[in-house]
Design a protein around this ligand. Structure first.
Ligand SMILES: [Zn+2]
Length: 478
């Protein structure tokens, strides 16, 4: 066998790994950087699930989407681009296709919530003449990531007369911020050495430093706490009891930033999973009208980080309600059988991040099956822990179909597993959609420092994920 023959064999049978930047021409690279500027803006405007939901709806409205409720109650005439928002926390966008919905939709499902520190319902207290607020962390965090960091507050307080008061403090450069203090290294040794991380960093110590000026005479008790509450009363008209009916989230106060001399990476809070939210949203909004055979749906769920529970999570009936509404406005039967068949005939990409291999922690991955930064959108056939437990294990047939769509549309893709076998693991919304009988595949970019206050993505992967999702919406026909 000569060299040329060997080369031909290699080219034919070996799987190639492609760095996205090797595949793009100059104008595509310009497009890539432009796309990522808008992505950073989206991240900065969407620090909480409610703000993300609001952004999605605003962007959809600007593209002519109408609230599905107005069609159901006959306030609007027919429309084929609709949105549905539930409790302000869970959103769906749909573009109706020319085929009857019963033949199935192309669905991309992501989640708009991210790990954070929530204020407790009785948050404000004082200690050592400092005003503090107690938090309860939400989602999987490494607690020490949240120490000695400027944090912003976002949320809503419902007052005793049922008035919602929206609060955002810490995002404007002139705003004050809040922080969780940490022990100095000089004194940490004896207290923390030889202890387990879980013992050193405790949830009950994630308290936000919030002030230090007293109100009233020296003999008064809890004067700092009183001063904080008085400031809140003067500015927002809220009392201590109002925090019982409040959702206030502490999130990193920083903005999304470029990383590296070449500006090829993005560091930001909340990229899991707003990276998939933005790319699937743009894929739907930019989907070319000539590929309108099948209905396209983008789902944006809340509560994924705490197990997809609750009325706005993927375990809820939101998708069934949406499909039932869509069948109704489309003039089709809305009986249970039609609903079930529509769901079974649908295909879904569960849009969530995977863990990219970290140069400093390679040993938690198995190199042959780990995703890498910059190598495109990642197809994850299964997630789960131990023996794939708790995972949606996509069928080979559906993976094959998506792979074919990606290859035909020059999407740079890779595959990944969430770490080595028995190393740990995790899950996504995939299994909650698969229960309806539809094909579901986990598919999204891989990131570094996942669930930290500063998660890292590759701009190349962001762009390729957008193109991959767009190809799925446009080209998946069954
Ligand atoms: Zn996620």
């Amino acid at each position: 066998m000569n060299k040329a023959q060997l080369k031909k064999i290699k080219n034919t049978i070996l799987k190639k790994e492609t760095l996205v930047f090797d595949k793009l021409n100059k104008s595509q690279k310009t497009q890539l950087f432009k796309f990522n500027e808008s992505y950073k803006d989206f991240l900065n405007q969407s620090k909480t699930e409610k703000k993300a939901a609001l952004q999605i709806v605003q962007m959809a409205k600007a593209e002519g989407f109408v609230d599905i409720e107005t069609l159901l109650t006959k306030q609007s005439k027919q429309a084929n681009k609709v949105y549905k928002i539930f409790q302000g926390r869970c959103v769906a966008l749909a573009v109706l296709g020319k085929e009857p919905l019963l033949s199935g939709a192309n669905i991309i499902a992501s989640h708009i919530d991210s790990p954070r520190l929530d204020l407790k319902q009785n948050p404000i207290y004082e200690d050592l003449s400092m005003g503090l607020m107690k938090t309860h962390y939400y989602g999987g965090i490494r607690k020490y990531h949240w120490l000695a960091l400027p944090l912003a507050l976002h949320g809503t307080i419902i007052t005793s007369d049922n008035k919602p008061i929206d609060i955002t403090i810490g995002e404007d450069p002139d705003d004050p911020v809040f922080t969780v203090t940490d022990l100095l290294p000089h004194l940490a040794g004896k207290t923390q050495a030889n202890k387990k991380i879980s013992e050193v960093f405790q949830g009950e110590k994630l308290n936000l430093l919030s002030g230090s000026i007293p109100l009233g005479e020296e003999k008064e008790k809890d004067r700092i706490k009183l001063h904080l509450l008085n400031l809140l009363f003067e500015k927002y008209g809220v009392t201590e009891e109002d925090f019982i009916s409040a959702e206030i989230e502490a999130v990193p106060a920083s903005k999304a930033r470029d990383i590296g001399f070449d500006r090829s990476l993005i560091g930001s809070y909340g990229q899991d999973d707003r990276i998939c939210v933005y790319t699937s949203l743009m894929a739907l909004l930019d989907r070319h009208d000539k590929y309108r055979q099948r209905t396209s749906i983008a789902l944006f769920f809340d509560k994924e980080e705490i197990g997809s529970e609750g009325s706005s999570g993927a375990k809820s009936n939101f998708l069934e309600d949406l499909i039932s509404d869509l069948l109704y406005i489309n003039g089709q039967d809305t009986d249970n059988r039609t609903l079930r068949k529509t769901l079974i005939n649908s295909s879904c990409l569960s849009a969530d991040v995977n863990a990219a291999m970290d140069p400093d922690y390679k040993d938690v991955h198995e190199a042959l099956n780990a995703a890498k930064l910059g190598f495109g959108i990642c197809m994850t056939k299964f997630t789960g822990v131990a023996g794939k437990s708790g995972s949606n294990d996509a069928t080979a047939e559906f993976v094959g179909k998506i792979r074919q769509i990606f290859n035909e549309n020059k999407i740079v893709w890779q595959t990944g597993e969430l770490g080595k076998i028995d190393q740990g693991g995790g899950g996504t919304v995939a299994k909650f959609l698969a229960k309806f009988g539809m094909n579901v595949l986990d598919c999204g970019p891989a990131i570094l420092s996942m669930h930290s206050p500063f998660e890292i993505s590759s701009k190349a992967d962001v762009y390729m994920t957008y193109l991959g999702y767009k190809a799925f919406y446009e080209k998946n026909n069954s």
